[in-house]
Write a new protein. Sequence first.
Length: 238
Amino acid sequence: MDENSMLLWYPKIKDLDIPQPETIVYEIPKDVLSNLVEENADNLDMIEINKIADKIGYPLFLRTDQSSGKHSWEKTCFVSKREDLKKHIFEVISDNLLADLMGLPFEALVFRKYIPMKNLFTAFWGKMPVNPEIRFFIKDGKIQCCWHWYWIEEAIKDASIENWKEVMQIEKHNLSKAEIMTLEFEAQKVADVFKEDYWSVDFCKSKENIWILIDMAKGERSWHDEKCKFVDEDGGVK
């Protein structure tokens, strides 16, 4: 199993007392997975998959254990109704297969309750909502004494509003000390579980102003501000 897989990290954090989306993981049978290519996704058991999706409810957030293809939001991870589920699964799988030259080694489909976030604007070709997101890094059971605003200006494409930079900066600078302290407390709960590992931990702010734990990844494979004191000259972690 790839070390970035949600199959590895999610079972370890799902019962922590941290706001998280309701989540159901569907592991794709090995015989189906071995033949699963973009044109052959009909091999999936849509009866079972529809039961899982119905339990989560619509709209829902769809991803594999590796990636959601979020930049193509309207065609991939955001599924508004049952009739659209199958084609969105095809698109998410296709995105995973085409990623990183060799494709991502996904093994499961993941269905998550859609939580409306504090949307600042939309961006990219799929009109993806850009929300306040904060990334922490944990290493060897402790939080590194840094946090990072997830969205950097260089990454934003095709924003839906002209003053998006200003909107994002205002939101970033309006973060309170109480919010950061709360997030540090939540991130430490995750660090207590991963005592000998290096991970990024991502939180997103909901429409109700609640910070939601939405994702994790191996720290070595996560973007980390090169100006951070915990990043060495070669881009590695100190």
